[in-house]
Design a protein. Sequence first.
Length: 431
Amino acid sequence: MHPQFQRELWFLIFLIFLAAIIGSAFDLSVLFISIVLFAYIIFTFINISRLHHWLLHRKDEPLPEGRGYWGEIFHELFLMEKSHAKNKQILNDTILRFQDATTALPDAMIILNKHQQIDWSNNAAESLVGVRYPEDTHQPISNLIRNPAFMKYLNKADYHQVLNIPSPEHPTKQLAVQIIPYVKGQTLIICRDISHIKQLEEMRSSFVANASHELRSPITVISGYLETMQQNLPTDTEKLRKIIKTMYGQSKRMERLVSDLLSLSKLETRPTDQHDNEIDIAALLTAIKESAIILSDDKNHTIELNINSQSNISGNYEELYSLFANLINNAVRYTPAKGHITILWEEIDSQAVFSVTDSGPGIPMQHIPHLTERFYRVNVDRSRESGGTGLGLAIVKHIVERHDGRLEITSKLNVGSTFRCIFPSTRLIKH
Ligand SMILES: Nc1ncnc2c1ncn2[C@@H]1O[C@H](COP(=O)(O)OP(=O)(O)OP(=O)(O)O)[C@@H](O)[C@H]1O
Ligand SMILES: [Mg+2]
């Protein structure tokens, strides 16, 4: 028995006993006991009514105060109410956190009931699958994902493998669908956008095809000559020298190709932790200009170098050398004899800008967005003739991005092209 209840019981017995003693003095014990019991019942009813009133209006009214046993009951209720409110708050916070997390998830999540109707879905389900919550609640999923392969997968009830289907909202996007059986006949569907993985796979296989194709032509030339010479070695030394010169040219081409491929692979995999050295831009560009003059040879280009800013940038020397040399060499290679090439280093709005402008043939508009793709060449034959591999601008793009910058290409047919690298103010070192 609870001590408070015991106390209350003893108090009632004491009251009855007191009423009996006082009543016996007047010979009215029964009446006095009845009055005490009646008063006690009224007191109890008043408290029951206060409790009932509070239960009905507990949202707006505070708990009534009481004394003794009723005080204890009200106090216990008060503690219960307080802990209930606290638990409710914790539950609300958890639900809010869960909602925030599912909203931020890039994957679509849909919960189906046992009739394959939508119970709930997150925000990504709308953009990837076209399922809106709460508008589509209780809609059969087959109305929204009208894909036979998906329905077969859903009904098969063997979800060990992931299903790839095009997104019902954006047919160009590819989704990986995974179904997870959930509690009480419910099913959780998770759809992940794997378009970029698909794209990477395609890029990888086209890269392998391109690289093999590029290597195949010099190998074919060299092995063709070797085969002929094996059967019939030319006695004419002039002819032999010519053959050896061609084979040497082709082997050089393979060497360049392999070295460019290695540079690209390094740029893709190496961390950028050696990218904070101050680079003396004026000295670097002067050195590249000197080698560009040698490359220009008898084409007699006018090569102008304008250092308009004394500021340097922080970065990696080898990579920046390769970046600037690639762009300047392209200008020299593709600009006809006696053309003009201007190399410019300047500061615009606290950003460091490197640009090379040439008076070359220009690049047709439709090619510009593809120039930084591997092996992309506007004029394949002309580029091959000049020894180009089509990897230079892919390397340039990687290096610019590894230095937090961006590459801009503008060109006008028969006027010339400008390749501009813009580095952010965070890389700028002022002097
Ligand atoms: N300054 C330029 N003027 C005209 N066309 C250019 C210029 N720079 C690049 N191009 C075009 O862009 C293509 C891609 O250039 P990129 O530097 O990537 O390859 P490449 O010069 O052919 O080979 P390499 O890997 O040896 O640099 C070139 O083949 C050429 O058609
Ligand atoms: Mg090039």
